[in-house]
Design a protein around this ligand. Structure first.
Ligand SMILES: [Cu+2]
Length: 667
């Protein structure tokens, strides 16, 4: 009902048809234009992190209010690929305070797509758990001539403010999307009313996407994003961030043949991350810890359909990519009364990576399809900082200053549909090279288990074999449907830190030193059940429950694996109004990884309420006065529960009761 109301507004300009070749497992829509699909109840004003939370396979590790780390299939950054419109970008913090999703703003994006497991998007490398691609907002040619969006939001808990303005212009020759966004918050109150110190942040973002049609078949496109977060508190860590800045830019050329498309994009991005502990009281030794990440690269993607008149059709994509990334981080400690101590924590590692990916979506007949994908990549790494290299060589006398690795992935899945039901089974194998932290990190303190970590340049590649299956059943004219989704990842040479008691810690208060090792094997498996029920024309119910398991080579639980979790929603829609009650929670974390320093997180449940109302003001005489308004309001954590989830770093408590109100206007 609501969908049809909303669809009468602006839909055509942003066609969000999932790319056939990419076989997206899940998409969350961010802009207000892609209506009727999976999206946050806060609309466009929601943060990227809140949008990511809408995806079925995604959890978030939270170290504060800002820059949450996405986890897919219970695997963190090291086992995922995150790209922005296919561009590689790497974070610059040795403590993972800045996942790359923190360098864009919701208003920059059209959607976020997730490919679960080893069947990654063509540009993805090292994606064992999955790949996320953040799709930038592009109005395209010959859409609406002009579109302006203004949005503002306020959340009472922590006085969060969000302001955004973006404009889009579209013609036959050219198009432009541009916007400016600001969001900032003070420290928030946890359940019960206590203030959580160092949970503030502020962020400013500017972006532009432009397209120019050169001929009927040739197009140039360009992107520039500037994003700067300042004064970001990390209550779960010992340090905050004074500046985290991303500059992201690309230029691409698209050519259309008959029945085929070819895109070549060149890009460059630079991330600066500066940690700061000067606002913290009682710091034993002050430290300066900056980090830098530079990436430049290109990809060239050819997509075509083959099969001609025959029943079996192939949608084929071939992608070549090449990138060069440099990561450098250092640390200066200022012990009171003594000379400063200097240390290189990431030894200016240059990684040159190149790969070739092929995917083929085969539609066999109306009921059956097959998807095949594979990628082979080769990389060369060089340690360019002499001081960092010689520091690590003390522990690994046989190490050299240059390494190379070959990684690959291959996946196949088969889909079959009958009546109103769909079945899919798939399998894959893939490997990843150790990250710069895992191979060359130097005395990186991990506040999760209180150990200093040293990288191991002799690590082998980690690999995994994946099996997955899902089936969806619909009954009562598709008014009720159930989706069961299961996957298992069998790892070989799983990379994790293990205690080395011959070494002593450098950080004050650390318990010892861990060195990254390959475990012979490990397992991660996930099972989820989702149900949707259209009770009446106006009332819909949905529910989801999921269960996950992670085990190391000695059958100990792996860290940061979700306990049993659930979420259920009841939604009532009437004309332009949509209201929703949501209950979500986790069971007791009985399977926590004591061996890896994890503590047990107790069960919790919270209730959220939300409502959205849309209306418009026209003046038929002057078509220029045509305003579309959406008001969204809600209460999160209605009963002000004091709780933290298993993925809250060091069990920092979540927000207490929070009332929000936001307004979007389209003119
Ligand atoms: Cu940091």
């Amino acid at each position: 009902m609501l969908e049809t109301v909303l669809l009468t507004t602006v839909l055509m300009s942003y066609t969000v048809v999932p790319d056939k070749v990419q076989n997206l497992d899940e998409v969350v829509i961010i802009s207000d234009e892609g209506r009727g699909r999976k999206r946050s109840v806060k609309g466009q004003v929601a943060s990227i992190d809140e949008h990511l939370g809408e995806l079925r396979n995604v959890n978030l590790v939270r170290r504060g209010s800002y820059a949450w780390e996405p986890v897919v299939n219970n695997m963190q950054t090291e086992r995922l690929s995150t790209t922005i419109d296919g561009m590689k970008i790497f974070y610059a913090c040795t403590d993972k305070m800045d996942p790359v999703t923190s360098y864009v703003e919701s208003g920059n994006l059209q959607s976020i797509s997730l490919n679960s497991g080893l069947d990654g998007n063509p540009q993805a490398t090292g994606n064992i758990g999955g790949s996320l691609d953040l799709k930038l907002r592009k109005i395209g040619f010959e859409a609406y001539p002009r579109q302006i969006n203004l949005s503002a939001g306020h959340e009472w808990n922590g006085h969060l403010q969000v302001y955004g303005a973006d404009a889009a212009f579209s013609g036959y020759r050219a198009y432009l999307n541009t916007g400016v966004f600001y969001r900032a918050a003070d420290c928030y109150q946890v359940g019960g009313g206590q203030l959580l110190n160092f949970s503030q942040f502020s962020k400013f973002n500017l972006f532009a996407n432009a397209g120019l049609r050169l001929t009927d078949t040739d197009v140039l496109e360009s992107t520039v994003i500037f994003d700067r977060a300042t004064d970001v508190g990390y209550p779960a860590l010992n340090m905050d961030v004074s500046k985290a800045q991303g500059f992201i830019t690309s230029l691409s050329y698209k050519h259309r043949f008959s029945g085929a498309g070819w895109e070549t994009k060149a890009y460059y991005n630079h991330i600066i991350h500066i940690m700061d502990d000067t606002t913290r009281p009682d710091v034993a030794i002050h430290m300066d810890m900056p980090g830098d990440s530079w990436t430049t690269g290109l990809y060239s993607l050819l997509t075509t359909s083959l099969g001609g008149e025959s029943r079996v059709q192939h949608d084929v994509a071939v992608n070549y990519d090449l990138y060069y990334n440099r990561l450098f981080a250092d640390m200066t400690m200022y012990p009171g009364g003594a000379a400063p101590m200097y240390m290189v924590t990431w030894p200016d590692v240059g990684t040159l990576n190149t790969g070739l990916a092929v995917t083929d979506n085969v539609s066999i007949d109306e009921r059956q399809s097959l998807r095949l994908s594979g990628k082979l990549a080769w990389q060369q790494q060089r340690l360019n900082n002499e001081e960092g290299y010689s520091g690590q060589k003390v522990f690994f006398p046989l190490m050299t200053d240059s390494y190379h690795q070959t990684t690959g992935r291959i996946a196949a899945s088969y889909q079959f549909s009958i009546f109103n039901s769909q079945f899919s089974i798939g399998s894959g194998w893939g490997s990843r090279a150790p990250t710069v932290t895992e191979a060359y990190g130097y005395y990186l303190n991990n506040t999760f288990d209180q150990y200093d970590y040293i990288g191991n340049p002799h690590l082998k590649n980690e690999s995994a074999f994946e099996l997955n299956a899902n089936s969806q059943f619909s009954i009562f004219n598709s008014q009720f449907s159930i989706l069961i989704d299961a996957n298992v990842f069998l790892f070989k040479d799983y990379i994790i830190g293990r205690l080395d008691d011959r070494l002593s810690a450098m950080t004050v208060g650390a318990e010892g030193v861990k060195v990254y090792r390959n475990l012979d094997h490990a397992t991660i498996s996930n099972l989820s059940l989702t149900a949707d029920w259209q009770l009446t024309e106006r009332l819909a119910w949905s529910g989801k429950v999921s269960y996950s398991l992670g085990r190391d080579d000695e059958d100990n639980p792996l860290p940061l694996i979700s306990p049993v979790s659930w979420r259920t929603e009841l939604e009532y829609s009437y004309r332009h109004l949509q209201t929703r009650v949501e209950v979500k929670g986790n069971a007791d974390q009985t399977d926590y990884a004591a061996r890896y320093g994890e503590t047990k997180t107790p069960a919790w449940n919270i209730v959220n309420l939300s409502a959205a109302y849309q209306f418009s003001i026209h003046n038929s005489q002057f078509s220029i006065f045509n305003f579309q308004f959406i008001i969204r309001a809600g209460v999160e954590n209605l009963f002000d529960k004091h709780y933290s989830s298993y993925s809250d770093w060091n069990d920092i408590p979540q927000k207490g009761r929070n009332i929000y109100l936001n307004l979007s206007v389209e003119l």
